[in-house]
Design a protein around this ligand. Sequence first.
Ligand SMILES: *[C@@H]1O[C@H](CO)[C@@H](O)[C@H](O)[C@H]1NC(C)=O
Ligand SMILES: *[C@@H]1O[C@H](CO)[C@@H](O)[C@H](O)[C@H]1NC(C)=O
Ligand SMILES: *[C@@H]1O[C@H](CO)[C@@H](O)[C@H](O)[C@H]1NC(C)=O
Ligand SMILES: *[C@@H]1O[C@H](CO)[C@@H](O)[C@H](O)[C@H]1NC(C)=O
Ligand SMILES: *[C@@H]1O[C@H](CO)[C@@H](O)[C@H](O)[C@H]1NC(C)=O
Ligand SMILES: *[C@@H]1O[C@H](CO)[C@@H](O)[C@H](O)[C@H]1NC(C)=O
Length: 396
Amino acid sequence: MHNLPDYPTEGNSPWLKKQQAAGQRSKRIIVGIIIGVLILVVVGVAAGVSLSKKNSSSSSSASAGSPANPDAVNQTDPNDPSTFVKNPNLHQSFYGMAYTPDGSQLPNCGNSLANVITDIQLLSQLTKRIRLYGADCNQTALVLEAIQRTKVDMQVWVGNYPVATDNNAAYDRQRDTLKAAIQTYGTSNIAGMTVGNEFELNYLNDNGGTVPNSAVGDQGAALIIADITDTRSMLTGLSLPSPMPVGNADAGSYFNTKVLQAVDYGMANVHPWFANVSAEAAAGWTAEFFQENNVEVAAALSNNPKMYIAETGWPTQSSDVGNESNGPGTAAISGLQTFLDTFVCQANTNGTGYFFFEFADEPWKDAQFGGVEGWWGLFNFNRTLKNVNIPNCQSP
Ligand SMILES: *[C@@H]1O[C@H](CO)[C@@H](O)[C@H](O)[C@H]1NC(C)=O
Ligand SMILES: *[C@@H]1O[C@H](CO)[C@@H](O)[C@H](O)[C@H]1NC(C)=O
Ligand SMILES: *[C@@H]1O[C@H](CO)[C@@H](O)[C@H](O)[C@H]1NC(C)=O
Ligand SMILES: *[C@@H]1O[C@H](CO)[C@@H](O)[C@H](O)[C@H]1NC(C)=O
Ligand SMILES: *[C@@H]1O[C@H](CO)[C@@H](O)[C@H](O)[C@H]1NC(C)=O
Ligand SMILES: *[C@@H]1O[C@H](CO)[C@@H](O)[C@H](O)[C@H]1NC(C)=O
């Protein structure tokens, strides 16, 4: 979701068309997921905006253009972020949540500890697990610091988001940042280190490939496996009290087998919105896609990597009418509500590890890409809850 330059979107990718013509077993599913990942891997530069951290006794000093909302979270002690007042409308029902602190893309870092503390206060009322995508703009340290200050029960799957074309500069930079974060904060709040986000999808697209388990796919796999191996040796060098799981995230139909054989866990994007299904059918579609394409595939490997859904959700609006519907699916709060009601607690019961997409709307994506891109949050950008009822079940 970050760092990479322009990405082809639905309709203008020859690669997509080729894939659509390929006539695979689950064509509907595959096409849907391809479109989904194409749109969701959109990348760019975060808007230079930030929220101001507020509490019950301080006054707001929002700068121009800032969506600061002084009432997003209140604290009984303004100086102690652990004293936040819980919102009775929030429930710790989600297995996990996809999260990117606002302002965490180079070169326009605009995040702040105050804003991340607000986010962690809210996130901790929804889940005990979050995943990050990358490590730029000090986001790993900010999140771990915020967890310490808020004293919440939260595990983080930290991320390293490499690119294939930069002589490993992004990978090396983030590896060093992740190492420093572990040296500062330890590993008690880190559940795993994810190396690669849609690396194989991007590599295939950039190199004229379409199939992850192919010669081109294996070339991409070799690059990311080298990073995974390097990360393992960095972690070994830290002599951690227990081994840190190392994983990889990609589109649900883009896992290369050699990559899966090199990791402890895989995280798969599985997006019903892009699969030409209704909101009512979305939860069942997601469960079936994940089981067939990811869980069963991983279970057949001797290292048996644990599989998670890295992203799944439903957009609440589109900035243009043309992208408001995808077949029987419509971007709407009612659709998000339906998906929440039919997926969240049921997936918990089924033992599915998933990261809901996503915590809050991301206006920079809307500005850059339009359509439904910026509108996947449970929260608005200003950290008010959208008009949805959060399911009420305790996540595992
Ligand atoms: C925080 O306090 C303000 C002022 O009392 C109130 O208007 C607001 O709704 C509170 N916010 C939350 C999330 O409860
Ligand atoms: C990163 O964030 C941590 C936690 O707020 C802070 O202590 C550290 O100084 C920050 N580092 C940089 C380079 O900004
Ligand atoms: C959907 O949104 C994208 C990104 O803004 C845009 O390029 C495309 O034209 C839109 N499609 C339709 C059918 O409106
Ligand atoms: C989407 O699904 C509808 C039925 O719900 C079907 O009529 C239509 O052909 C499908 N479109 C695509 C592109 O698969
Ligand atoms: C849960 O499992 C049942 C039975 O296999 C399946 O029908 C359903 O789609 C699953 N739902 C979710 C949300 O995982
Ligand atoms: C937060 O954003 C939503 C959606 O844009 C808006 O309706 C609401 O009025 C905003 N609330 C505050 C307190 O800024």
